[in-house]
Design a protein around this ligand. Structure first.
Ligand code: GDP
Length: 830
């Protein structure tokens, strides 16, 4: 207030306008003194038009100090001048007014636009009304002083140049001149005062109070128009002159607030626009792309439809140049038949290559480890249970293995799982090295292994082939250095390379939920270098590398290609085989993870829903005939869980099968027990235990929990349980056929068939089927079997008899009755 008052007199300073100035001051409490002195000065020396102007401006007060004649003369002169000028003045005013109006309108628009823009951005950034309001107020304050100068100098200039008559014209307000022509100077003076007031401090106050609207001293209607325009613009009206068109990326679905964000519009406006389209949504709701497209077009932006899958585009954009590729260690998986010594071999290799202090046992199991051969080559071994992990990882697209070491026991030669392993390796196009194990054993016959392998198109070097073979003993350690060198040689041939200088990409070898550390994943880095602090997406999870540990439990800051590391800082537990990609921002990581999660959910839902009637019938039939042993299974690591699932799902035949309702990694929880109870399933824990709530829930609900630490024990037990489910086999024996010769209606009994037994024997206790044209029309039992008048137990072939069906009357001459008996046979699973 006070500072605008202060500015005002400064703007109006100048002797000629002293009268007006003093008037202005006279409103001020303390400046009336100044008014007096100025007036005197004006009156005495100057009879000029300027003093007339001053006098006029000063109105009634002046009448006392001037002689009447002088006053009248001046008034007349003024009136004459006014009469002359009033016409062209009016015209000029009109033009001026129009121009001014147009200028103001544009300026107001520009300002509204600018403010709108700023508001929007601010609102989006802070998303809090508080902020937006503060901004608006600030804006108002800023507008006010800006506004004052352009109007004031105009008024001043006009007043100086044209004297009293022009004063009206000097004002930008349209109504002021009109009033002037109708009223006397006094009225005009007051109008001027009012205008000045409006233009100065008072207006600013009102501006501030009304939230900083415009700040132009236009009519109320003009203000309203301007407001309307601003509103329309915010709503995406036709005001596209200064609109910033944005390309809005639109996925298949979008959250309202995100849509607003991408358009750089206010969320509230977007919600309003949606409402106008008949959609009552909140800013956190998801809308589909079609609706969003309407809104985007409404706001005057361009739509850029993107597929949801496009969110993944941020990944994999790097083409490694050949010159960036550096040699990397090979990744080896050991495969082979059960008990041929895979685990022993891995242990031996590891122990032989870790520091002495750890030789007593494996201190850290992270599912993979790196060893250094005597010649200094680094080798990364995947420490996963056999084929299952290998295949399920491959199924997920994680081809992590460079070399397969096929372990074949020299005392056992090629066995079914050996063949399976060969097939897996071949399918994955991974080179093989044969480790003929247990060579220390007396009965070892390595040559049998070599010849056996020939049958499976594995020709080892000893047989003039190109597959390296090494005789080893996991027990004595014999041949192990040779095996490692063979691996190193194979790796050299493969010329394995990767670019370490790029965002990391890797595969999850194992993942688990650690009580103390949260979700933990062992990741084998495949490309680039994974560093602490990296943001990544892995399968449906994402995270930021909080810490990394190598296979010896040492904290490390970065891991290059072929290095297995345990990664902490995930938001959830990924699955073995999931691919990890480092991305730039957390938003990207989250977006991709969410997209994948949704996609897999949709896929599961689609798989559940898109069943045809045929499929449903087949399933219903299958369900009826196949007994299921449901289980819920929890394991310590993903690899074991998957291996167990694959093993138990193989149990069974056409009639009995094991159904894994749920499997996972971590302790058995209450929800596992609930699920098991609902389906009458036992809960199997492999190297995990039930937590306390789960234990008490299981006690209450009578759910069996079983713990195992050996996969084969587990599988055997489940096999036994499944065998228990095998219904005794029902065998059907056809014992006879009879032909219906006549149908009699017997009161009290119903329809009775007069038959001739054509084959075998008809037995009262047996089951019967009624065949019409070789189609079974009824299956049931007999109510009566009569020979002549007597009820009999059986009727031999070639004899006539009377038969009636239990609960079935529709029998016809010419129908054939099939007579059969069932016997049950106990069985067990192989
Ligand atoms: P996996 O099922 O393939 O992992 O086989 P294991 O490593 O569990 O070995 C099965 C059995 O064979 C164990 O009792 C081992 O002690 C034994 N074994 C493994 N390698 C050798 C070996 O080189 N020599 C002898 N004598 N026994 C071995």
């Amino acid at each position: 207030m006070s500072d605008t008052d202060g500015k005002k007199p400064l703007g109006l300073s100048g002797g000629a306008r002293s009268g007006r100035v003093s008037q202005s001051f006279s409103r001020g409490r303390t400046k009336s003194v100044v008014v007096e002195t100025k007036r005197k000065r004006v009156v005495v020396p100057k009879p000029a038009p300027q003093s007339a102007a001053a006098q006029n401006a000063e109105g009634g007060k002046r009448e006392k100090s001037l002689p009447d004649a002088e006053l009248e003369r001046r008034l007349k002169a003024l009136q004459n001048a006014r009469a002359r000028e009033v016409e062209d003045e009016a015209k000029r005013q009109q033009d001026e007014k129009d121009r001014e109006e147009e200028r103001n309108r544009r300026r107001a628009e520009a300002e509204a636009k600018e403010r709108e823009e700023r508001e929007r951005e601010e609102a989006l950034r802070a998303k809090e009304e508080e902020d937006a309001r503060r901004l608006v107020e600030e804006e108002a304050r800023r507008n006010a002083p800006k506004e004052t100068p352009p109007s004031d100098p105009a008024a001043v200039e006009a007043a100086v140049a044209a004297g009293p008559a022009s004063r009206g014209a000097s004002k930008p307000l349209p109504q002021a001149p009109r009033r002037k022509t109708e009223e006397e100077d006094r009225g005009a003076k007051r109008a001027t005062e009012r205008d000045s007031e409006r233009r100065s401090g008072k207006l600013t106050v009102s501006q501030a109070l009304t939230g900083g609207e415009g700040g132009r001293t236009r009519s109320l209607a003009a203000m309203k128009r301007k407001q309307e325009r601003a509103r329309q613009k915010a709503m995406g009206g036709q005001q596209d002159r200064e609109k910033i068109m944005r390309d809005v990326q639109l996925p298949e679905t979008i959250v309202v607030s995100e849509l607003a964000n991408r358009m750089a519009e206010r969320v509230a406006d977007v919600v309003k626009a949606l409402m106008r389209n008949g959609l009552m949504v909140t800013q956190n709701q998801v809308i589909d792309a079609d609706t969003a497209e309407l809104i985007i077009e409404d706001f005057g932006h361009r739509v850029q439809r993107v597929s949801d899958a496009d969110v993944e585009d941020v990944i994999d954009t790097i083409d490694d140049k050949p010159e960036d590729m550096k040699p990397r260690p090979p990744v080896i998986t050991i495969m082979g038949h059960v008990d041929h010594g895979k685990t022993s071999l891995l242990d031996r290799i590891r122990k032989a290559n870790v520091v002495a202090g750890e030789a007593g046992g494996i201190t850290q199991h992270i599912g993979a480890y790196q060893v250094t051969t005597e010649s200094g080559a680094k080798l990364s071994f995947l420490d996963t249970p056999g084929h299952a992990a290998f295949t399920s990882m491959r199924a997920r697209g994680a081809n992590v293995t460079d070399i397969v070491v096929l372990v074949v026991a020299a005392d056992d030669a090629v066995m079914p799982q050996t063949i399976e392993a060969i097939n897996h390796a071949k399918a994955a196009k991974v080179p093989m090295i044969v480790a003929i194990n247990k060579i220390d054993k007396y009965e070892a016959n390595p040559n049998k292994v070599r010849t056996d392998l020939l049958q499976h198109e594995v020709v080892v070097e000893k047989m003039s082939g190109d597959v390296q073979d090494v005789e080893v003993s996991a027990v004595t350690g014999q041949g192990l250095p040779e095996l490692l060198e063979a691996i190193a040689l194979q790796a050299e041939i493969l010329e394995l390379k990767a670019n370490p200088d790029r965002p990391a990409e890797g595969a999850v070898i194992e993942a688990q939920l650690d009580v103390g550390r949260g979700p933990v994943a062992t990741v084998l880095v495949q490309k680039g270098t994974l560093r602490q602090g990296d943001i990544f997406v892995v399968g449906e999870q994402w995270g930021k590398v909080r810490a990394m540990e190598n296979d010896r439990g040492e904290r490390i800051k970065e891991a290059g290609p072929s290095v297995p590391v345990e990664v902490l800082g995930l938001n959830g537990t990924p699955e073995a085989g999931d691919v990890l990609n480092v991305v730039e921002t957390e938003a990207q990581a989250r977006e991709i993870a969410e997209y994948r999660h949704q996609a897999s959910k949709d896929k599961r839902a689609a798989a559940g829903a898109a069943t045809t009637l045929d499929q449903l019938l087949a399933k219903a039939k299958a369900d009826k005939n196949v007994a299921e042993l449901p289980i819920v299974m929890k394991a310590d690591v993903q690899g074991s869980a998957e291996a167990i699932v694959q093993a138990v799902e193989k149990i069974g035949n056409d009639e009995v099968r094991v159904r894994v309702l749920h499997f996972g990694v971590g302790a058995i929880t209450e929800s596992d027990v609930t699920l098991a109870e609902a389906s009458g399933a036992p809960v199997i824990g492999f190297n995990v235990r039930a937590n306390a709530p789960a234990r008490s829930a299981a006690n209450q609900k009578g759910v069996e929990i079983r713990y195992y630490s050996v996969i084969y024990d587990l599988v055997d037990d489940i096999k036994a349980a499944a065998s228990g489910l095998l219904g005794a086999e029902i065998r059907e024996n056809f014992i006879g056929y009879a032909e219906i010769r006549e149908v009699f209606k017997v009161s009290g009994v119903g329809n009775v068939a007069g038959c001739l037994v054509t084959e075998g024997v008809a037995r009262r206790s047996a089951g019967v089927r009624l065949l019409r044209d070789n189609v079974v029309v009824h299956e049931g039992t007999l109510k009566t079997l009569k020979r002549f008048k007597d009820e009999v137990k059986e009727v031999q072939s070639g004899q006539e008899c009377g038969m009636a069906f239990e609960n079935y009357e529709d029998i016809r001459k010419g129908d054939v009755i099939e007579i059969f008996e069932r016997e049950s046979v106990e069985r067990s699973l192989a």
